[in-house]
Design a protein around this ligand. Structure first.
Ligand code: PLP
Length: 414
């Protein structure tokens, strides 16, 4: 799908709703420690969370902790998820086992998952995407049956709740959170590993200094990037740091780069410094109210899109309370999705294509992910589209998006 050349818009809305930083977050002075604050957001005791330099690093730490005490080597991940998940498994020298999704969803198909589970299964890594929750029922049950662990990937769902009330990230044996730019609360790059079991916590505490050593070079770079993020995260600044590279990639027809799905195979692993931790800690108390406001916007706008035939807005199942960094849309017809993306992606309205491929279909991951048909994951990738739910998306801009979605579904196609 090659988009038409497009003029640069005057403003650029973010593709996801990230919590904007304030200058007061940078003020000197003491701040409550960040990791215990994250643990309390998940209604856990203060010792449950370990701060890491990214969600990917949290997964590396989780897999290292589990792998240390086990001869099991298989890690099962959904075929449609963040490529960093596959890169982390490869980094740890473990066997990546892909589970196709169930039709029309990003969730692992329970039958496919059952067929993959066995005595070599170390961990299953179900992922919540775009704030929508994956059902953990089958992963937890199957993991228990074979003696494996569940690592809940809540990188895109900090603040969400499962139907039984358990916060996302706290429902598995281990949970990973991301504090990356655009993923809600951000210290530009950061994350956390959640653990319940005391033995696992001890293992993590022992491994963390080895897996995440101090690095002045990385931390200095992240501090500068965090200042840039605070300065530029808004409709004007994002034109330069997000919109311009996006439109260049679209002009080249490079969807993987446009979606920022191309990650380095070398994972930065280092300790997060005190300055960035304090900034995250000062911003964190604003997160619940921020998520509530995003939810109100999203529910109203989901209702507005409900009338468009051929587009489904993914929502919560009974009892669930997801978060709303985006509205995640699933088109009935991939050609209609492509038509909508061709007009909206790169138009400055915060519309994007979340992950553009099933994991085996990324050319750059060929040495990392074994080739295998994952038809449902590929089909989901071909029909999904995300509308950023930032506070800057006003009613007029949203009406324009809705109009294009409607026209894309109506267009006759041969
Ligand atoms: C972003 C993301 C990760 C990795 O988190 P980083 O903080 O970017 O390393 C893992 N899983 C999912 C589903 C993600 O979206």
């Amino acid at each position: 799908m090659r988009a038409k050349p497009m003029a640069a818009p005057r403003t650029e809305l973010p593709p996801t709703a990230g919590l904007p930083l304030r200058w007061s977050d940078f003020a000197p002075g003491a701040a409550a420690p960040l990791a215990p604050q994250l643990a309390r957001l998940l209604e856990l005791d203060d010792g449950a969370a370990t701060l890491t330099c990214s969600g990917t690093a949290a997964l590396v730490l989780a897999l290292s902790a589990l792998g240390r005490d086990s001869a099991r080597r298989d890690v099962i991940v959904p075929a449609y998820t963040c490529p960093l998940v596959a890169i982390a498994v490869a980094h740890c020298g473990l066997n990546l086992r892909l589970c196709d999704t169930r039709p029309g969803h990003f969730e692992m198909d329970p039958d496919a998952l059952a067929a993959l589970c066995g005595p070599d299964t170390l961990a299953i890594v179900p992922a919540h995407l775009g704030g929508r929750l994956a059902d953990l029922g089958a992963p937890v049950r199957l993991a228990r049956a074979v003696g494996a662990r569940v690592i809940e990937d809540a990188a895109q769902a900090l603040g969400a709740r499962h139907a039984d009330g358990t916060p996302a990230g706290a429902a598995g044996d281990l949970g990973i959170l991301s504090l990356a730019a655009g993923k809600g609360l951000s210290i530009f790059e950061g994350g956390a590993l959640i653990a319940h079991d005391p033995a696992l916590r001890a293992r993590i505490a022992e491994l963390a200094p080895q897996v995440l050593p101090r690095s002045l070079r990385w931390e200095a770079r992240r501090c500068i990037e965090l200042i840039g993020y605070a300065l530029l995260y808004g409709p004007r600044g994002l034109r330069w740091v997000y919109g311009a590279p996006l439109r260049r990639a679209l002009r080249r027809g490079d969807e993987v780069a446009a979606a920022q799905d191309e990650f380095s195979l070398r994972i930065p692993l280092h300790r997060v410094g005190g300055w960035r931790r304090a900034i995250g800690a000062r911003a964190a108390p604003r997160l619940p109210a921020f998520l509530d406001a995003a939810r109100q916007r999203a529910l109203a706008r989901s209702a507005q899109l409900r009338g468009i035939e051929g587009v489904q807005v993914l929502g919560d199942r009974r009892g669930e309370r997801g978060t709303w960094p985006t509205l995640t849309l699933l088109f009935a017809d991939p050609a209609a999705r492509d038509a909508a993306l061709a007009r909206l992606w790169g138009a400055g309205l915060g519309v994007s294509w979340p992950f553009v491929r099933a994991l085996p279909d990324y050319a750059y991951l060929r040495g990392t992910v074994a080739s295998a048909p994952m038809p449902n994951a590929a089909d989901f990738a071909a029909r999904v589209l995300a509308v950023g739910n930032s506070e800057w998306l006003d009613d007029a801009a949203f009406a324009r998006i809705a109009q294009v979605l409607q026209e894309s579904c109506r267009q006759p196609r041969g």
